[in-house]
Unconditional design. Structure first.
Lengths: 310, 310
């Protein structure tokens, strides 16, 4: 599969994910829901639809495909991860958190609506992720559904993504009198990033393995792959923040260095960061070698993550 | 069982729930969690421990007991509902939402810590609820665990509690130019309350039935009971808001009428509201008649909800 085919596959999955997200965010209440307030569902659609590379859902879909699973259930699992990702963006953008006005080239949810609505959008997307996973339409087997819930919850909460955002705010010196960024060690930065970004990327790959009924070794390989990909993703992101401009990224850039924030690129320098990135891509590719030719797309995804321009 | 025995039972369950909540909010990370940031877990404990009647967990525990289930798994299910309840209090208290400084007689979480931490506390408690439910320690059977997740998610999200908070903010006239409370109809108020408060109380009773392996009729009875109890709860709450003072309630009172907010008590008057409350209690008691003497505590819980003074 060449680069063009990969891009086509990424785009096609993105479209399929967009469709299922739109269906799950329909105005009509589900069975057992009392209603779906118009303003809230509209704002949830605003925060979720029409943007993003859908990298996490792509990982779910492609990981599942390695083990022979595809179909609407896999897309629902993929959508649930995207709901978590989108909720985190909405809450992280809030004035009390990162205070961002721009996201994917559009006003952030609290700028387009208001802070209260944005808070409820995040809460509702987060909850919807687990609603979707627990529904029999995602997988006929309860043991698979509950394992998906467990994977996603553990990766998203205090021990993963939300905890990582807490560490990030602390690293900015938010809760000390001087309010100056803290000088984190390499180990502390790695831990922060493993929680804030890595955990959800790892869960995406692992959830694909779970719904694909991977054996223990297959699941462990996908976990390892997701973990390495997550590290690569973060270094690429830091490099983009230094090298790119706001027009390409659709959000504020140069923000990390302007704030004096501790990043691996800042610690290592650009060249060493690029070398480490290349090594991580090679490691990711190796981690799925055991799965044979079916893992080719996952390898390309690792290269894509490292080379992306936005 | 007399009133004193009931109070003792409520207190004993409250203590058992406090213990399990404390255990689930330990500083040490769970397996698969990368870490538990100290500030975040401390704030989650602040928001969760040491207060509240623990009514929702009590309903889970007592509903389960009707069907012969008790033990640590039931308490975990009960704790998960309390996590959802506590997260909703923390987010609802935020300045952009209800802007409350006082909760259970103590500063609200964002006043004791800060807004960013409070936002993450809510997100993390919400996520932890599903983490706890999906863990095999809650129930050995995946089908039961995933049904608990489904119940709780459907009741808490856009179609339930979070959607109800959205309607409540809209009812306050928050998103219209005049910012004056809207004149809701009786039907609209009932719908708002069924979502904001009723859904989670109903889910509590239903989850007890689920973990107790109730048959279809038993589960339907508990749903109906929870629904009626929820309505009674809300009317009692509105009456307390009119009649009580801040010292007894540990939070601001008289707020609804001061804001000109539409409530059923405002619509019907105090006497008619008291009559409706008594009728709802009688209906709740009748709804669990089919379960025999084992449902005696649930009947007393309905009376307790109606007669509570704080």
């Amino acid at each position: 599969m060449d680069e063009g085919d990969f891009q086509g596959r990424l785009a096609a999955t993105g479209e399929a994910v967009e469709t299922i997200l739109g269906e799950l965010l329909a105005a009509r209440p589900l069975a057992g829901e009392i209603g779906r307030p118009e303003r809230l569902i509209e704002a949830m659609r605003y925060a979720t639809l029409g943007g993003g590379k859908r990298l996490r859902p792509f990982l779910v879909v492609e990981a599942a495909r390695v083990f022979g699973a595809n179909g609407p259930g896999v897309l629902r699992a993929a959508a649930s991860v995207e709901f978590i990702h989108c909720y985190s963006l909405v809450h992280d953008d809030l004035p009390a958190m990162d205070n961002d006005d721009l996201r994917r080239g559009r006003p952030t949810t609290h700028r387009e609506y208001d802070e209260a609505t944005a808070t409820l959008v995040g809460d509702s997307l987060l909850t919807l992720a687990f609603d979707v996973l627990s529904d029999a339409a995602t997988d006929p087997e309860p043991a698979i559904r509950v394992e998906l819930v467990a994977c996603l919850a553990r990766a998203s909460g205090i021990g993963g993504m939300a905890g990582g955002q807490m560490l990030d705010l602390e690293a900015e010196g938010r809760f000390v009198a001087e309010r100056a960024p803290l000088a984190l060690t390499e180990e502390e930065i790695l831990r922060l990033q493993a929680m804030k970004t890595g955990a959800l990327l790892t869960a995406s790959a692992e959830m694909g393995a779970v719904i694909g009924r991977a054996d223990k070794d297959g699941r462990a390989a996908l976990r390892r792959y997701g973990n390495l990909l997550g590290q690569a993703f973060q270094i690429a992101d830091d490099l983009l923040d230094v090298e790119s401009d706001a027009a390409t990224m659709g959000k504020a850039t140069g923000k990390d260095s302007a704030m004096g924030k501790a990043t691996l690129v800042g610690l290592w320098g650009i060249e060493a960061a690029r070398e480490r990135l290349a090594a991580l891509v090679a490691e990711s590719e190796k981690s799925v070698e055991c799965l044979g030719g079916k893992a080719e797309v996952l390898k390309q995804a690792a290269r894509f993550v490292a080379e992306r321009k936005s």
